[in-house]
Write a protein that binds this ligand. Sequence first.
Ligand code: ZN
Length: 287
Amino acid sequence: MSEPLRILSVGAHPADIFDQSGGTMAHHADQGDYVGCVVLTHGARVHDAVISDDMHHRSEVPAAAELQALITERSDIKAEEARKACKLLGVEDLYFFGADDAVLIVTDEAVRRLARLLRQVRPDVILTHFPKEGDGLTNAHAIAGQIVMHAISLAGGVDPGDRNPPHKVAQVFFFGAGAAAIPRQVWQSEGGYYNAVFIDITDVVDKKLAALDCLISQGYGGAYARKRIETSDGAFGGAGGVAYAEGFIPLNAETHDYLPVTERALASARASDHELIAERSYRIPVD
Ligand SMILES: [Zn+2]
């Protein structure tokens, strides 16, 4: 056994880390790896049952101070949901940066703060959004990915005031959904990015479902969590030849001593079509 990995998943909004990497995080936590999370924005402005939904149907929204207080209150509720979800997946630490999700941009402050956290937590592997997702400009996920890339670069050196030594990350896996999902915007016509790594999450899909069920403020609890897992993780699973999977786009090419062929690839090549279809056909039981 090699030493435990240190993995950090960084998302723009509270639900992203669970949506895109919940099963992968549960897997690694189960095998004794360190798993931590960072959520860059509070997410209350665009993804909240009260702020983004109720306000939509009012004739007038509350005055500034009252609205701000409401956003703070809802942010706390969302953070609590995310903490609960992390516990179910075995995630040890959850760091909230609390940025307003009004306009997320790459700032010196956000990059430095994350770089300091990287020197402190010292992850080997980072999971985060693809920095060219969508238009790569107004897309909060893309900006989050860009903040992470700047922070990785900065963390590789010293910063006055931070006593932690420089830290380098071994690999970054970008969330496949969004960058390599079904294209639905003109921005997605370029690129040609594809999911090069699938993580089979079938054995922990119930944990991921329980985690998504915690995200009630975002409308995930219940029917949507199930629909989302069937359509998204189920589609990734179909592409990866398993029941449920999460897809990733690795940043760096890998160097091996010998040609890398997985046990799965060998087993799959030796299985019949019906055996392969049977493996993909598992569904979360409906209770
Ligand atoms: Zn998001």
